[in-house]
Design a protein around this ligand. Structure first.
Ligand SMILES: [Zn+2]
Length: 284
């Protein structure tokens, strides 16, 4: 897993037009390139506390076993019965506001992203703090990428800086490798942060039966308490910054098991694979 750090730059001024030559460094086997159109490298000399608490932080530190389990949904009395195997499990309300159901839904999103096989992770910065602002910036960014001839598909998650200042988005990118100059032009046109990062997509996590790209979902999956009775602060912040969704995508990002464009629901189903037996809902 790639661990990076970033502190919000001190009021970058829109003076430098040329893209600053990328600085490169190696982390966990991945070469990460950072770009900053303002001519300063915001990653240089970042204080250790900012490294630890800022942009990225260690991911996947919770025990794998704990991360594959979640508590029963408190919002339904129904059960699901498998007519072929006799297995009986508690039904789920599937609401993102449910402290139980948000977990399997987030895992499902991560698995669907893995099925789409993104090649790169692009991180863009300084998107604002409100979803309306963030969404507008990402729409402009995507529109400008298209006008510049980029036809890549991507999914993205928005995360806050740990200090509460501004936000950044991780894009799971599939298509021709992202061109730094093109991405810089698109960030400038969108009025979002002038610096961005490009790296190969990190390896998917292997806590589940199938691969999952859940790096951008760490506020939901890593921050959760053992047996939460309500949505925890990280998940609340995540939903607020993401417009009450777990993920946003360009039009053709999701792929089914055959590699054809599909819906998120279909991608999640295909990622999980075949489920034996017929399930019916039964009352308690
Ligand atoms: Zn629920």
């Amino acid at each position: 897993m790639t661990h990076l750090a970033l502190v919000p730059p001190a009021n970058p001024t829109p003076t430098g037009r040329a893209t600053h030559p990328p600085s490169t460094r190696r982390s966990a086997g991945h070469q990460v390139q950072t770009y900053d159109a303002s001519g300063t490298n915001p990653f240089r000399n970042a204080p250790l506390a900012a490294v630890r608490d800022g942009f990225h932080r260690p991911h996947g530190t919770r025990a794998g076993a704990a991360r594959t389990r979640w508590s029963e949904c408190p919002n339904t009395d129904h059960y699901r019965l498998n007519l072929d195997t006799g297995q009986l499990i508690k039904a789920y309300c599937k609401r993102l506001t449910c402290p139980s159901c948000i977990v399997p839904r987030a895992i499902g999103v991560g698995q669907a992203i893995a099925l789409a096989e993104p090649s790169h992770m692009v991180t863009v910065t300084q998107l604002g703090n409100e979803w309306t602002t963030i969404h507008a910036g990402m729409r402009k960014f995507t529109a400008r990428l298209r006008r510049l001839g980029t036809d890549a598909q991507f999914a993205y998650h928005v995360e806050p800086f740990a200090n509460g200042l501004n936000s950044h988005a991780h894009l799971w990118w599939r298509g021709a490798a992202p061109d730094a100059d093109t991405v810089s032009k698109a960030t400038r046109a969108a009025g979002i942060g002038w610096h961005h990062m490009v790296s190969p997509a990190p390896d998917p996590t292997e806590h589940y039966r199938v691969p999952s790209h859940e790096y951008g979902l760490k506020l939901v999956l890593d921050d959760r308490p053992e047996d939460p009775s309500e949505l925890w602060p990280g998940a609340q912040t995540y939903l607020a910054m993401n417009g009450n969704r777990l993920v946003h995508t360009t039009r053709g990002f999701w792929l089914d098991a055959a590699g054809s464009p599909c819906t998120l629901a279909r991608a999640q189903s295909d990622a999980r694979g075949h489920r034996r037996g017929q399930w019916v809902s039964v009352a308690a």
